[in-house]
Design a protein around this ligand. Sequence first.
Ligand SMILES: *Cc1c(COP(=O)(O)O)cnc(C)c1O
Length: 450
Amino acid sequence: MSEQIMGKSLDRWVHEFPLLNDIMDYKEVTWFNTNHVDFHQAVADVGLSTDDIDDAADRLKRFAPLIKELFPETKQTEGIIESPLVAVPDQQEKLAARYGMNLPGQLWAKLDSELPISGSIKARGGIYEVLKHAEDLAIHAGFLTYEDDYRKLASKEVRAFFNDHKIAVGSTGNLGLSIGIMSAALGFSVGVHMSADARQWKKDKLRAHGVHVYEYQDAYSVAVAAGRKESASDPKAYFVDDENSPTLFLGYAVAARRLAGQLRAYDVRVDESNPLFVYLPCGVGGSPGGVAFGLKTVFGDNVRCIFVEPTHCPSMLLGVYTGLNNDVSVHDFGIDNVTAADGLACGRPSKFAGKAMQRSIDGFCTVDDDELFRIAANLHDSTDIDIEPSSAAGFVCPWRVLKDEQYREATGLSDAAMAHGTHLVWITGGSMVPRDEMAAYIAQGERLLN
Ligand SMILES: *Cc1c(COP(=O)(O)O)cnc(C)c1O
C-alpha cells in the first residue's frame, strides 16, 4: 500500500503506532490506553453529567407503568427493563484451564442477553431513545405532562398521533430490534435499515411486528446513511443516529447505577483495594461507551473499563489508538470487517462516543472469531447460559489483564488487589436467538474445542 491514509503513508503510521502491524495482520492484541486520565477529567470530557443520567433514569421510571402494560414480560420488574447479575465460577475454571492460568478474584456475568423486549444491551439505549422521542412529541402536542400516568400514551388518540410520525434507524440487527419493537408498540411507523450482517431471524421478527425492514448487501455505515437520508426529507421523521447520539448513550449509562445496587446486594465491594474490571463488547462504541461513562460516575477510578472487539473489526481501538476517532474506518487500514460477531461489525466508530470516551477507556482487547465460538460453547457447558458470538468477547479479557505485568505494575494492581478483584463480563445479547441457530453456534464451538 503506497497510498496515503489520512495524509500519512502507511509506513509513517506503523512507525508511530507499531501495534498497527499486528492489528492489520488480524492478530489478537491488547492495548492499555496511554492517554487515560483520572475519572474527574474523563467524566468532564463527555460533556454530560450525573444530572443527565438522573434525568434518563427518571424518564425510564415515568414510562415503567406503560412498559409493564405493553410488555407483560416486564411485570415482575414493574416495567423496569433490567437484567440479572450472576457469578460464573465454573466458566472461570474452564477458562483458567484453557488459558493456562488461574484467575484470582471472581468472575461475574451481567446478562443483558436476557433483557426483556429485545434480548440485548440495545434494550437500554435503543428503547430509551424511542421513549424520549415519544415523550417529547406527546408533551409538545399537549397529550401529556410529566406528572401524568404514562399509560395514557396507549390510548387510541395518542397512538393515532404517533402513527402519523416515523422513526428510522440503521442497524446490524439488535439496535433495529429494540427500536423497531418499541416504536411499533407505541404506534409509530418505523423503518429499520439493515446491513448485510443482520441475521435473517431478526428481520423476520421485526416484520412480524409490522416494522418496515430495508435490506442492504452492504456494511452497517451504508445502512445508517440510508436511514439518515430517509428521515432527512421528512419533518415528521426521527432518525436514531447510532453513530452520534448522546441520547442512546444516556440510556446505556443508567445501567451503571443499577449494577451498583446488584453488586451491593451480593456484598461485592468496589474500592481501592477491591478493583472492579468491566469488559464490554464494542461495535460502534455507544453501548460500551455509555455503560462505561455511567460506571465511572459511580465507581470513579476503582472501575476499569476494557472494550473488546473482533480482530476483523477493531474500529474503536483504531480510532482511539491513532487519535483519528471517527475519521478512520477499518477499511482504511486494509481490515475487512468480516466477522461472525454481527453485533460488533461496525467499521467506523461513533463520533460522539469515541470523542467522549477516548481518555476514559482503560484498554482494548481484540479476539479472534473462532475463540468467540469456543467461549460460547464453554459457557453453554459450564453454566447453561446461551449467548450470541458478539457477547462472548469479554471473557478473554481478564486473562489479558492478568498476563500483562507491566500494566498491572504501572497502575497499582498488586497481587493483593488482584486477589480481591471482580471481573465482570458484560454479556450483550443472545436469549432471542432461534434454537437451531444457537445449536449451530455451540456445535461450531465444540468442534473448535476438540
Ligand atoms: C450492538 C451490540 C454491541 C455493541 O454496541 P455498540 O453500541 O455498537 O458498540 C455488543 N453486543 C451486542 C450483542 C450488540 O448487539
